[in-house]
Every structure is written in structure tokens, then in C-alpha cells.
Design a protein around this ligand. Sequence first.
Ligand SMILES: NC(=O)c1ccc[n+]([C@@H]2O[C@H](COP(=O)([O-])OP(=O)(O)OC[C@H]3O[C@@H](n4cnc5c(N)ncnc54)[C@H](OP(=O)(O)O)[C@@H]3O)[C@@H](O)[C@H]2O)c1
Length: 331
Amino acid sequence: MIYNPLQERYDKMNYRRCGRSGIRLPEISLGLWHNFGSVDVFENFRKILWRAFDAGITHFDLANNYGPVPGSAEENFGTILKKDFSNLRDEMIISTKAGWEMWPGPYGDFGSRKYLLASLDQSLKRMNLDYVDIFYSHRPDPDTPLEETMGALAQAVHLGKALYVGISSYPADLTKKASALLKEMHVNCLIHQPKYSMFNRWVEDGLLDVLEENGIGCIPFSPLDQGLLTDKYLKGIPKDSRAVNPNGFLKVEDVTDQKVNKAKRLNEIASKRNQSLAQMAIAWLLKDPRITSVLVGVRSVNQLDDNLKTLNNLDFSEEELKKIDNILKEK
Ligand SMILES: NC(=O)c1ccc[n+]([C@@H]2O[C@H](COP(=O)([O-])OP(=O)(O)OC[C@H]3O[C@@H](n4cnc5c(N)ncnc54)[C@H](OP(=O)(O)O)[C@@H]3O)[C@@H](O)[C@H]2O)c1
């Protein structure tokens, strides 16, 4: 099969400026954490990538360890890039990360210069790329000096192996310091990737303000709380769900009565807005102009299509927001 990208793809998507940078990202981006590994079905995720690109999604988010097996999502993505997107590289923003355990021994985890730069070389090889657009420190490292981790990111840029850098899951105070250190090295922190959804609002307590002050974009991950903010679990735990997938990160015990009950009530509000719960959960994040893009994961083209329809209604009334807040704040 030959992929011919849809001509009208850029009319289907809005693009938001990422902090105070030259880059604009699609309001919805695609993450390859689950469903793109060596245990998954090649033709299925290949079609997801086609549909995403046809819908104007230009940003694809990876990490060294995505799979399983770790590294296989990058390999699969590299294979599809070569087959289907070889003349489209300049229309894509591809990110990868290092920071979680990747190989045995003291140099395959956390935030040392040794680990980050070796891992980036491995990622480039797996994806068969000369450079990535964004290279992230995947998590803060309490034992490595921040100067060293940020120095490794800056060096990746100076070596031409990454065009921009980002940080993921850094708290507000460390984000401020990281941004200042990078500036001293003549590199701007392009973007922060935090976990953020209706069920996890830690970023509202300072981080979003720091990002705005420092001109850094924000791309929330797990915006659907890995599926809990969809209609998936409203009537029990289905067989085709991340919660029962042995390779899935979500566990059956994470599907708590409290979350399901809240999801049911949120789903009623979504229905009144003529949206699915997934769509309302994504729109709820995009209502804040400090959010550059929302990073979704999907197992099928259907889920992607459902999530893309979010863009038809991003507006909330004050009353809707209040009702949602009340549900979220209940113990
Ligand atoms: N920086 C980090 O530390 C970090 C950590 C985690 C993720 N991420 C990034 O963020 C991306 C997204 O994370 P995520 O996969 O957890 O995001 P998510 O969007 O919260 O969850 C995705 C899962 O929700 C379900 N889903 C999605 N759309 C649906 C729909 N319309 N209806 C019903 N169910 C739907 C699917 O689960 P089922 O399989 O159950 O159908 C899907 O696999 C990752 O791919 C990765 O790029 C980054």
C-alpha cells in the first residue's frame, strides 16, 4: 500500500505557538507510548499514523523506552517514516526522551550527560534520523546536578542532533532553574511535558505560571488519564482495554469506583454538550491558552477520529466549568 497524504490536511487543524518560540504545534498531537511496540500490530499503527497526518497532526512524541520491548516504538516509527513519510520529514515535529531506565548498569537511567547523549544517539539510529526536533529530559534526577542534565540537552542542540529541548515532569521550581541554566547556554527550553488531566491538576499549582513567565510551551500527557476519562470503563472493565492489557501501564486497581462515578457524571455533562467524555476532557485542557497541544494515545483509528472531533467544540460556559469543578473536587 502506498500512502498519499491528504492535500487538505492543514485546513483541518489549528496550530498554537509553543511558548515564545518560532514553532507552532497542532492542538492535538499523537504519542507512541502504548500501541506502537513490537507486541502490537504493524498495519494497525501504520494506519493510525496515516490518519493522524491526514488530520493535520504534525507532532509525534516518542521516548527511548516506548514499546514493549523498549526501543521498538522508535524502530517501528522509523520503519514507517522510511516507507511512507520519507519526503515529509520537514513537515513533522518528532520528539524523543531519555530519563527512565533503558539499559543495565549505572549509565542507562536518570539524567547524566553520559546517559542522555548515548541514548539520543541510539534513538536516532533506531528511527534512522539525523536529528530529532525535540529532545527531552524525561524526568528530574535528584542526584545529578541540574547543570549537567541541562548541559547535555544544550549539547544535543549544539551538536545538531536536536533542534529544540524540553523537560518532562519537572516541578515548578526546578523548571525555573532549568530554563535559566539553558538560557546561559544559549538554548531556550521549548516545552514542558507534564501529566495533566481533569483527574490530575498538579500543574495548576504554580507550574503553568512559570511556563508562561518563561515563554515555555506546555503539552499535557495522559489527558484522558489513560482511558479513565472516556466512556470505556463506565460499564465495567472491557477486555480490549489498557487496564487488562498485560503490557499496559494502567492497572485494574487504578479503575476505582470513585473515578468511574466521577466519569459517569462528567459523561452526562459531555452528552449535553454533544461530545464524548474523551472529547470534553481534551477540550477542557485546551480551554487554557497556556496549553500548546494535548498529547493523546490511541489504540485505533476510531479512537483517533473520536478525539479529533474535540476540535468542533472547545468552548465552555461558566456554568459548565463550575459543574465540572464541583465533580472533580468531591472526595
Ligand atoms: N513524559 C512522560 O513521562 C509521559 C508519560 C506517559 C505518556 N506520555 C506521552 O503521552 C502520550 C499519551 O499518553 P496516554 O496514552 O496515557 O494518553 P491518554 O490519551 O490519556 O490515554 C490513551 C488511552 O485512552 C484510551 N482512549 C483514547 N481515546 C479514546 C477514545 N476516544 N475512547 C475511548 N478510549 C480512548 C485508549 O486506551 P485503551 O487501550 O484502553 O483503548 C488509549 O490507549 C503517550 O503516548 C506519550 O507520548 C509521556
